[in-house]
Design a protein around this ligand. Structure first.
Ligand code: MF3
Ligand code: CO
Length: 277
């Protein structure tokens, strides 16, 4: 059952989405060699609570964190822990905030200190694939158009797409219909209708697409233990281009020049600089 949102509901998801975006902006200030992932999780939880929200992942099906922590080969649903971040790691922080009964969901993958050119390219391609998916998410098109856009872009760049985990609708619940896979055929799947709200979240592997879920039933890593990256936005389908309800602006303000994905999606000066590297 796909719920179309009322204007009031859209406003509530917009607010929850802004709070989750600001939360990741807060996390961005602290991502550095030497910090534990548990500490990042606490920073996110306190920020959400201070701003009147609820950390929606915490306790969801027994999940033990505010953030899903995705270090290097961890694809999704990693637990916050005593692991100390090291120079060269990549870390995805996936977060859902509930505010006044509605949810916003976003994920960003950071480089820790200096990262390898190979890891930086994985981050750039994965982030760009999210925007390729968003561009395909126009009213009247189908979910498969999004899926195909993400898959085509990533595979063309030599990466693989995780099959087992998908994007999703969102609203009163963090996971609603439709499922939004990151692979598939154009022109298939549910029609995208104005006032649907969905999350697109490519999970992209440097090596093979295969994953392993740990015995805890949650933590998911690549089978070949090569790195995986993950970016996510919550967006509103309109008759035309979607409205992206979450934003990476707060993160990008913090990262500035250190942002290895600077200029994606490509606009103006930043894009030119990206191309000339
Ligand atoms: N963005 C993730 C998802 O859509 C958030 C999962 S939170 C958890 O699956 F509670 F399931 F861990
Ligand atoms: Co999600």
């Amino acid at each position: 059952m796909i719920y179309l949102k009322t204007p009031e509901e859209i406003e509530l998801v917009r607010r929850a989405s802004d709070l989750v975006s600001r939360t990741l902006g807060e996390v961005a200030k602290w991502v550095a060699p030497g910090i534990t992932t548990q500490r990042l999780d606490t920073i996110a939880r306190e920020f959400i609570l201070d701003n009147g929200g609820k950390p929606a992942c915490l306790g969801y099906g027994g999940f033990p964190g505010t953030l899903c922590i995705e270090v290097n080969e961890t694809v999704v649903h990693g637990f916050p822990s005593g692991y100390v971040l090291r120079e060269g790691d990549i870390i995805g922080t996936d977060c859902v905030v509930e505010l006044d009964g509605y949810n916003g969901d976003s994920c960003y993958t950071f480089g820790v200190g200096e990262i390898s050119p190979e890891a930086a390219r994985l981050l750039r391609v994965t982030k760009e694939s999210l925007y390729q998916g968003i561009e395909a998410a126009r009213g009247g098109k189908r979910v498969g158009d999004i899926s195909n856009a993400v898959q085509r872009y990533c595979e063309h760049e030599g990466y693989s797409v995780v099959r087992e985990m998908c994007g999703h609708g969102i609203g009163k619940s963090m996971h609603e219909d439709p499922e939004v896979p990151n692979y598939g055929r154009r022109g298939t799947g549910p029609v995208l209708k104005p006032n649907m709200i969905i999350c697109i979240e490519p999970m992209i592997n440097m090596g093979s697409k295969n994953i392993v879920i740990e015995r805890d039933g949650w933590q998911c890593r690549t089978r070949d233990r090569k790195p995986s990256a993950h970016f996510e936005h919550t967006l509103l389908i309109t008759p035309d281009e979607p409205e992206i309800l979450t934003t990476f602006r707060y993160i990008e303000e913090v990262l500035g020049e250190k942002d290895v994905t600077r200029g994606i999606p490509g606009t103006g000066e930043a894009a030119d600089r990206e191309d000339s590297i």
